[in-house]
Design a protein around this ligand. Structure first.
Ligand SMILES: Cc1ncc(COP(=O)(O)O)c(C=O)c1O
Length: 211
């Protein structure tokens, strides 16, 4: 919700100190963060310290489903006892093929990750210099704090009418006074598209007295 990064290196230290296991839900990190998109733990250089890696195919890869990776006895246990897996069908072959192809693209075309980083840095800078609070996001999902649910609804509808698709974060995900837009930057956005969105947000933000 804040676009923040978990301090995974510190978590890995704690897990060693207290002889615990470390599981990371890196739904927003895999294929978007770290070297070759290998996730938040890889960004901090502690990938091998994570006992259970969890990720989804529904974010950066644009598909559906997900994965859980770890020691074989952990995965075997989950196969038999995880409520979400037991008595459920496996991933359809067409989905698995689409996911494999997306992973191939991330591996073989590193320019997409570079473009994503460049685009998110540019867009966040453009929003901040127009007076929006982006909550120090470090992710490609950039929140814009609005703090008033009625204004947030109006803003989202007006942006949609202008051709700009946004998500929102509001109750119960966050407190109503901290409600926000969630702007998803893509590797394939052009600078012109991002500048257009920032201009439109500025115009509407002023009209609704958000900035
Ligand atoms: C942190 C986190 N974990 C897991 C999920 C679930 O992903 P999916 O929608 O692919 O089941 C989400 C989805 O938003 C998420 O944000």
């Amino acid at each position: 919700m804040e676009g923040s990064l978990a301090p995974v290196a510190e978590l890995a230290e704690l897990k060693e100190r207290y002889n615990a296991l470390l599981m990371i839900d890196d739904a927003h990190g895999f294929w978007a963060v770290g070297e070759n998109g290998l996730g938040t733990a890889s960004l901090f250089g502690v990938r091998d310290k994570v006992d259970i890696h969890y990720g989804t195919f529904s974010k950066a890869l644009g598909s559906v489903g997900g994965f859980c990776a770890g020691r074989s006895e952990v995965i075997d246990y989950l196969r038999y006892y995880a409520r979400s897996a037991f008595f459920s069908s496996a991933l359809p072959v067409s989905v698995a093929a689409a996911v494999l192809e997306s992973i191939r693209v991330v591996r073989e075309e590193p320019e997409h990750l570079a473009n994503l980083k460049r685009n998110r840095d540019f867009f966040q800078h453009e929003l901040e210099r127009r007076g929006f609070n982006t909550l120090n996001s470090r992710s490609a999902i950039i929140p814009v704090l609005i703090g008033d649910e009625a204004k947030l609804g109006q803003l989202q509808m007006s942006l949609f009418a202008a051709g700009i698709f946004t998500n929102i974060g509001t109750t119960p995900a966050v407190n109503a006074s901290k409600c926000r837009l969630r702007l998803n930057v893509m590797a394939t956005h052009t600078t012109e598209q991002l500048a257009f969105a920032a201009d439109k947000l500025e115009e509407l933000g002023k009209k609704l007295e958000i900035i």
